[in-house]
Design a protein around this ligand. Structure first.
Ligand code: MRU
Length: 375
């Protein structure tokens, strides 16, 4: 399968956080600079990818997972001066080192760990079947590159599927979103913004209130940019205006993305999401989460066990590297956890979990596992 062509067909010119061609390799749009500057940063090694994720050149749970898969593949780029041939066990060892480094880049989005496991499993399944023990480095690189491209293509397809499920839940009128769960946070299209795009495409009757999303401003910089470029009507608000616009009847639904969903449906997402959910419940406004199955962490019992990244204090004291206050003590958790009791439904690529709870999440996964043919 030509995954590169498939991705181009799926994107249809839509913005994406990365681009790839065999000659130029993989490059990421520098999301720290958007929308004022559009710079592309090339990644040549897993160490480059580690920095690209950690420094938030690329961010958003599914986009991080795709970057990590490319990081695993780049471990075997023959231009890095390693011998052309080696035993499978040697490559496995190198892959383990890359995996550990990439896993230490950011802690909260479980999609990162999902992608690292998936690439490792693909490597093990494929190379344990091969008779010869000595392999060309270029072949290992090519195999893992294909896997990274496959993960990217599948992510866009999953966004399309969850958008189709979710759009029917959005009433006509105002929708509020927090952070950026759009094309830039995924392989393309987006999770929450995919649902919004589909609703706009189907009925045109949508107006999006975009939370600026302090302190890193993913809403003001990325969500506003993406939706505005697509001609979708938006109004940018600061986070502390959400209660006001809800009280004025301007918001009929909220839809956000997710970084990790525990077995009981508790959902970690960008800091401030829980506050939006509390407000939505107060005003009897449905609160929806859109996320692929890769965002579920069924090993994690509840939201309490989800690791929350603490970020640099500069994010609160500076804007674009310029201080606007003194160096006071700062607390800067990057995410918070919305209890499942505040969530009306979770949209996934395989269907919708209404009123998420330990029981409804378990029931949903039991149902989809049954529909997967056992080999
Ligand atoms: O710190 P970020 O920008 O990586 O956080 C991103 C979010 O919280 C998104 O809402 C989440 O990853 C979902 S992206 C489809």
């Amino acid at each position: 399968m030509d995954y590169q062509k498939k991705i181009m067909d799926l994107l249809q010119g839509q913005v994406a956080p990365l681009r790839f061609d065999p000659q130029r390799g993989v490059e990421f749009i520098d999301q720290r600079k958007l929308p004022l500057e559009k710079n592309w940063i090339k990644a040549s090694s897993y160490e480059d990818i580690y920095h690209i994720i950690r420094d938030m050149v690329v961010r958003g749970a599914p986009a991080i997972s795709i970057a990590a898969a490319f990081g695993m593949a780049l471990t075997f780029d023959s231009s890095l001066g390693q011998p052309d041939q080696a035993e499978v066990s040697h490559y496995r060892h190198e892959l383990g080192r890359a995996r550990a480094r990439l896993a230490s880049s950011r802690p909260t989005a479980v999609n990162l760990f999902w992608a690292l496991d998936r690439v490792q499993e693909a490597f093990d399944a494929h190379f344990s079947k091969i008779a010869e023990n000595v392999l060309r480095r270029a072949d290992v690189h090519q195999f893992l590159l294909e896997e990274a491209l496959r993960i990217w293509a599948e992510d866009i397809e999953s966004n399309q599927a969850m958008s189709a499920f979710g759009a029917g839940y959005l009433p006509d009128g105002g929708v509020l979103t927090h952070c950026n769960a759009g094309a830039l946070a995924t392989g393309g299209l987006g999770t929450a913004l995919g649902v919004i795009r589909k609703k706009f495409h189907d009925s045109g009757k949508i107006h999006v209130y975009v939370d600026e999303t302090r302190p890193y401003l993913q809403g003001a910089r990325l969500t506003a940019y993406e939706l505005f470029e697509d001609g979708i009507p938006i109004t940018l608000i600061s986070d502390n205006m959400a209660a006001m616009v809800m009280s004025q009847g301007k918001v009929q639904a909220v839809v956000v993305g997710a970084d990790r969903i525990a077995a009981n449906g508790d959902t970690a997402n960008k800091i401030g999401t829980m506050g939006v959910a509390i407000l939505a419940n107060h005003f009897h406004i449905p609160f929806y989460v859109a996320a692929p199955l890769a965002t579920f962490d069924l090993q994690t019992f509840s939201g309490r066990e989800i690791p929350i990244e603490e970020r640099a204090s500069r994010e609160l004291t500076h804007i674009q590297d310029r201080p606007f206050t003194a160096e006071y003590p700062v607390y800067n958790p990057g995410f918070d956890v919305t209890p499942s009791s505040l969530i009306s439904a979770i949209f996934t690529e395989q269907g919708v979990i209404e009123k998420p709870s330990r029981e409804s999440v378990a029931h949903f996964f039991a149902k989809i596992m049954k529909s997967v043919p056992q080999s």
